[in-house]
Design a binder for this molecule. Structure first.
Ligand code: FE
Ligand code: FE
Ligand code: MG
Length: 166
């Protein structure tokens, strides 16, 4: 632990670590939702959707990487078991029980919108209290905004194609 690095945090560090562990739980669930979604998805434009879902899975995993490193820097313990993900998650988990491509896109768009809301609140909380965490969250949030747009534009293309075929 870097003592000075922890001292400069101008908020309750345990609360900050708990907030980061909640986000870490979200990231793991988001990772798996994308990863398994890419395996089971069926329907038109499947290949384009699979490659986007697969990239997003990798990016969610990289968010988990960033957050867990920050927790350790703050002398916290990152969530150690998957059961905790469900206790701590902000955004939950939507199992892709319906593999239809439009349904999978909708579930993941909903997940991204939740992530954007959560990270945006975390930015407000850390803005002056912890610039290091703020900077990391800003980086993650920018990618979640990108994710939402990627999925929305795929869904728009799909909707257009399905309308034309009627
Ligand atoms: Fe993420
Ligand atoms: Fe995302
Ligand atoms: Mg993308």
């Amino acid at each position: 632990m870097g003592q000075k690095g922890r001292d400069i945090v101008k908020m309750n560090v345990d609360e900050l670590i708990n907030m980061l562990n909640k986000a870490l739980s979200d990231e793991w669930l988001a990772y798996y939702q994308y990863w398994i979604g890419a395996k089971v998805v069926k329907g038109p434009m499947k290949d384009a959707v699979i490659s986007e879902l697969t990239i997003h899975a990798t990016e969610e995993l990289s968010h988990a990487e960033l957050i867990s490193s920050r927790i350790i820097q703050l002398d916290g313990i990152p969530v150690l078991s998957p059961e905790e993900w469900f206790k701590k998650t902000n955004c939950g988990y939507d199992a892709p029980v319906d593999p239809y491509v439009v349904e999978i896109l909708k579930q993941n768009i909903k997940g991204e919108q939740c992530a954007i809301k959560v990270y945006s609140e975390m930015l407000d909380i850390t803005q002056t209290a912890d610039p290091v965490t703020y900077n990391m969250i800003l980086q993650i949030l920018s990618q979640e905004v990108e994710h939402e747009e990627d999925l929305t534009s795929l869904k728009e293309d799909l909707d257009l194609m399905l309308q034309r075929q009627r």
